[in-house]
Design a protein around this ligand. Structure first.
Ligand SMILES: Nc1ncnc2c1ncn2[C@@H]1O[C@H](COP(=O)(O)OP(=O)(O)OP(=O)(O)O)[C@@H](O)[C@H]1O
Length: 253
């Protein structure tokens, strides 16, 4: 639903309607996927390996087009948007990958600075925010280090810093805790929660059901063989605010 002039109503960040995805002539990997992401919420996308989580996220961060259906992002039709409009939408989305995808020959500092440099931010305006961001993820003393000399958890924190340095409105993380131990997984989740408290809408895909309980106010989207289900009412209702569940509402009981 959109307000006047195409502005998103009710704080809607993204909407999928009847989205289907097929790779080649095979069966549909995703079928009739429909949901709305509401601004400021924390979502988990869960489901077994092969359920289609990465595929759904790729469509959300505009790296994959659906075979059918409608996708709106930030109030704009992402399917019919002219090519030149895509980078503008993509800049509003930060992405964290399981395998970090850091540039190996660049230091932690330069990896985090990369999105700012690509966006043409003047060099004088880069050092401070990058240093602040690396401090925020607990790596102030590792700025000059290359990815190979960092642990998996440290690399992932550089990846998170890089994803959020441009202050995206939506952060999408695909199995961000897949390569780290349980303690580090919780620490990474705390970073996502902190970002969420600052207003960023967060979507974390994980097959680890233990993680879901670690973020009390999170909303859960579950994929099962390409179909999405809705155990918390996450897909239909605007989320509760300030941790208070409406009586009898989707989060009540
Ligand atoms: N580029 C591709 N070409 C063909 N098939 C693909 C492609 N990407 C994914 N698939 C298939 O689509 C299905 C869903 O894959 P996807 O990676 O989205 O699932 P997932 O839930 O993220 O799995 P995992 O948790 O193991 O990463 C799988 O059967 C996979 O083999």
């Amino acid at each position: 639903m959109s307000g006047p002039g195409g502005a998103p109503a009710y704080g809607e960040i993204a909407q999928f309607e009847n989205v289907g995805l097929r790779y080649g002539p095979d069966r549909e990997v995703l079928a009739d996927v429909a949901f709305t992401l509401f601004s400021g919420s924390f979502y988990f996308l869960t489901g077994a390996s092969g359920a289609g989580k990465s595929s759904l996220l790729r469509m959300l961060y505009l790296a994959q087009r659906p075979t059918r259906g409608a996708i709106r992002l930030f109030g704009q039709d992402a399917i019919t948007l002219p090519r030149e409009g895509l980078p503008g939408l993509r800049r509003r989305i930060g992405v964290v990958f399981q395998d970090c995808r850091l540039v190996p020959h660049l230091s932690a500092f330069d990896n985090v600075a990369l999105p700012l440099r690509v966006a043409g931010v003047p060099e004088k305006d880069i050092a401070r925010p990058v240093a602040d961001m690396l401090e925020w993820v607990g790596l102030a003393d590792r700025m000059a280090d290359k990815p190979a000399s960092l642990s998996g958890g440290e690399q992932q924190r550089v990846g998170i810093a890089r994803a959020v340095i441009g202050r995206p409105e939506l952060l999408v993380a695909d199995e961000p805790t897949g390569n780290v131990d349980p303690d580090m997984a919780i620490k990474l989740l705390r970073l996502f929660e902190a970002l969420n408290r600052l207003g960023t809408t967060v979507v974390v895909a994980t097959h680890d059901v233990h993680l879901l309980k670690k973020v009390p106010d999170s909303l859960i989207m579950r994929l099962d063989r390409g179909r999405l289900s809705d155990p918390t009412g996450a897909l239909r209702y605007p989320p509760r605010r300030s941790g208070v569940a409406p009586a009898g509402g989707p989060h009540g009981g």
